[in-house]
Design a protein around this ligand. Structure first.
Ligand code: DGL
Length: 298
């Protein structure tokens, strides 16, 4: 692999700020890597949308990330990993990983009694994907899924520590507490930002699994295997991290700054729907125009 290829950035995306939980682990594990993050803040939440829609959005984002010349993609969204990854990975010629497989693996290593709770979006829960992966690892495991759709807007709003958030957490999670689980997977990348409220209901004896950590490790292993780990690191004049959103850049910045250890200067707004292929021939044209727009900044 050429030095140039290795020194390209990693592309990371989610429906909004949630993927920052994965971004943070990537950044901490691989400080020498550049990262381009995209949050689809104009179209969040993904969790209540159909497979077709989420797959379409994911395709558009990947096309955008390709204009940023990324060497690999991390789908930092459980919903897109659950419903779209199978299809889009066959269409992408750079390495791509999601968060669900690493999350399932992490949970299977943690559980002692084989009773695992999964909290996630409606789309992820109804896809049954965590259960499928966990039962492939150990068929006797008992899985208890619970969709918590209100968690995503609370996080996007920045209500990470709020009485309303605690009340909603209690309403969603009390039933799960009675199921005898010893492990709870935070199966939506937004949820680790509510860890305090979730922990308060679940108590200390249930282990909370954040798939982001395992995903970052898997990403590093994948880059290493493909000879894509950066060797040159980040130069003193170089910007290591770029943030893009499809809307509400200021709001994104303020929630990001509540959560990330370093402050971010801002996020650039991108008209993401222009990365859709409209018609076979015309589409390529639109896409090429956008590439030029992004690169010239005009
Ligand atoms: N953070 C995403 C996930 O992991 C999407 C949440 C949503 O947009 O509904 O599922």
């Amino acid at each position: 692999m050429t030095g140039q290829e290795k020194d390209k950035a990693i592309g990371v995306f989610d429906s909004g700020v949630g993927g920052l939980t994965v971004f943070r682990e990537l950044m901490e594990l691989m400080p020498e890597e550049r990262i381009v993050y995209f949050g689809d803040t104009a179209r969040v939440p993904y969790g209540s949308k159909s497979r077709e829609t989420v797959t379409d959005y994911s395709r558009q984002i990947i096309r955008f990330l390709r204009t940023q010349d990324v060497k690999a993609i991390v789908v930092a969204c459980n919903t897109a990993s659950a419903v779209a990854l199978d299809e889009i990975e066959g269409e992408t010629d750079i390495p791509i990983i999601g968060v669900v497989k690493p999350g399932a693996l992490a949970a299977s290593r943690v559980t002692k009694n084989g009773r695992i709770g999964i909290i996630a979006t409606e789309a992820t829960i109804s896809s049954g994907i965590y259960e499928k992966y966990l039962k492939e690892i150990r068929p006797q495991m008992k899985i208890f899924g619970k969709a918590c759709p209100l968690f995503v807007p609370l996080v996007e709003e920045g209500w990470l520590k709020d009485r309303i958030t605690e009340e909603i957490a209690e309403r969603y999670l009390t039933g799960l507490k009675g199921c005898g689980i010893d492990t709870l997977v935070l199966g939506c990348t937004h949820y680790p930002m509510l860890e305090g409220a979730i922990r308060q209901i679940m108590g200390e004896e249930v282990v909370l699994v954040n798939p982001a950590y395992e995903t970052a490790r898997e990403c590093r292993a994948m880059l290493m295997e493909q000879g894509l780990l950066s060797e040159k690191g980040i130069g003193p004049e170089e910007k290591a991290y770029h943030f893009f959103v499809s809307d509400a850049a200021e709001k994104f910045k303020s929630v990001a700054n509540m959560f990330l250890p370093m402050g971010i200067e801002g996020a650039q707004k991108i008209p993401i729907e222009q990365f859709a292929y409209k018609s076979r021939k015309g589409a390529q044209h639109i896409y090429d125009e956008r590439v030029q727009y992004i690169h010239t900044g005009s």
